[in-house]
Design a protein around this ligand. Structure first.
Ligand SMILES: NC(=O)c1ccc[n+]([C@@H]2O[C@H](COP(=O)([O-])OP(=O)(O)OC[C@H]3O[C@@H](n4cnc5c(N)ncnc54)[C@H](O)[C@@H]3O)[C@@H](O)[C@H]2O)c1
Length: 340
């Protein structure tokens, strides 16, 4: 208990969410005390295990300021936000309010409290339709939906704040996060699931009848689109490295985080079927507007500059970690329902 009080604190917005919970664990393992700040709109209080949970909204700047004054974190890791790119097309106001205005509130509270270091969860969505692949950080930003636009705007804000106020930031542009920690205690449980792997595993577990596949006529070997899947524990490790990078590198920096390997939607579904031992029926639909055929990261910079060394290099192993968590989550949830 005494030890936890002297550990340097990091405020983790979105710390009750999928990636945020894994980041909190990685911080704990490296000697930091993560303080999760979350409104639980898409996160879970049970996932906050490595430090306190401060309930609050990004929209509430006085609450953020009060939490910063209470905990005096040395830096902020900012993951909170709305995440479903498809929803952002039909409800852009909510995305700009939450992801952009909410971030401005956070930055203002940090400025008032003299906290000048932030690691920001950006996305491959900043790039839009790729002009070349694999995509390196110098690729132009041409987001094709409001979600990607919010990430690009916040990156721009961080650059402007570096010049004007000396804010030090790292934007981590994740490609597609998958998997779960080896302990099987936290995993991907979005309330409104739109991600391929958890949806495929739901079908394997008999919770959904089939999975929707959007487009089988892309110019790829099997016709389905190709994405770069990076394990959530590898992502979490990169946040700790980014925090250390902030200590010696002023200004605004950005790094891609991806496995540098592409897997098609069909290959992911086949791997999920192999790992779970169950068939996964599909329903083919037309392509979604703005869905690029291939998105694969060039993560050379994160490896070279941050010293990032992702450990999960095999799709089956990545999905197997998600499946172990998925099975445990279903068992615990059904035991809870039976007991209540
Ligand atoms: N999952 C991916 O593959 C992926 C890829 C690229 C970028 N990202 C980014 O990473 C971050 C985390 O993603 P995730 O998959 O863990 O999502 P998530 O929904 O599990 O986590 C986001 C958390 O933020 C909280 N939150 C949302 N709006 C809030 C608000 N206004 N105030 C306070 N808390 C709020 C939610 O309750 C949730 O716990 C997001 O910023 C997302 O855009 C994710």
């Amino acid at each position: 208990m005494i030890i936890s009080e002297v550990r340097p604190r990091i405020l983790v917005t979105g710390g009750a969410g999928y990636i945020g919970a894994h980041v909190c664990r990685a911080l704990d393992e490296c000697g930091y005390l993560p303080v999760a700040y979350d409104n639980l709109s898409n996160g879970h209080s049970e996932a906050v295990r490595w430090g306190p949970l401060e309930f609050g909204e990004l929209e509430d700047s006085s609450r953020i300021e009060a939490v910063l004054r209470t905990h005096r974190p040395i830096a902020v890791i900012h993951l909170a936000g709305l995440i479903a790119a498809g929803d952002s097309v039909v409800a852009p106001a909510a995305f700009y309010r939450n992801n952009v205005a909410g971030t401005l509130n956070l930055l203002e509270a940090m400025h008032i409290c003299a906290i000048n270091k932030i690691v920001f969860s950006s996305s491959a969505g900043v790039y839009g339709e790729p002009e070349f692949t694999p995509i390196a950080e110098h690729h132009p930003h041409r987001p094709v939906n409001p979600y990607g636009a919010t990430k690009a705007m916040v990156e721009r804000i961080l650059s402007d704040y570096a010049v004007a106020y000396g804010l030090v930031s790292v934007s981590l542009r994740y490609f597609n996060a998958i998997g779960a920690g080896p302990e099987g205690d936290i995993g991907e449980a979005h309330r409104h699931e739109t991600h391929l792997v958890p949806l495929a595993l739901d079908v394997a577990a008999g919770l959904r009848p089939f999975i929707h596949v959007f487009g089988d006529d892309f110019r790829t070997p099997d016709g389905t689109c190709i994405r770069d899947y990076v394990h959530v524990c590898d992502l979490a490790d990169a946040h700790v490295l980014a925090l250390q990078f902030l200590d010696h590198n002023p200004g605004a920096s950005a790094f891609n985080l991806g496995s540098e390997r592409g897997a098609s939607v069909r290959e992911v579904i086949d791997a999920a079927s192999r790992v779970s031992g169950s068939p996964i029926p599909t329903r083919i639909h037309p392509r979604r507007p703005g869905d690029p055929a291939i998105l694969v990261a060039d993560a050379t910079r994160a490896k070279r500059v941050l010293g990032w060394c992702p450990g999960y290099n095999c799709l089956d192993a990545q999905i197997a970690s998600a499946w172990s968590w998925h099975e445990r989550y279903r068992r615990v949830t059904s035991e809870r329902l039976t007991a209540s």
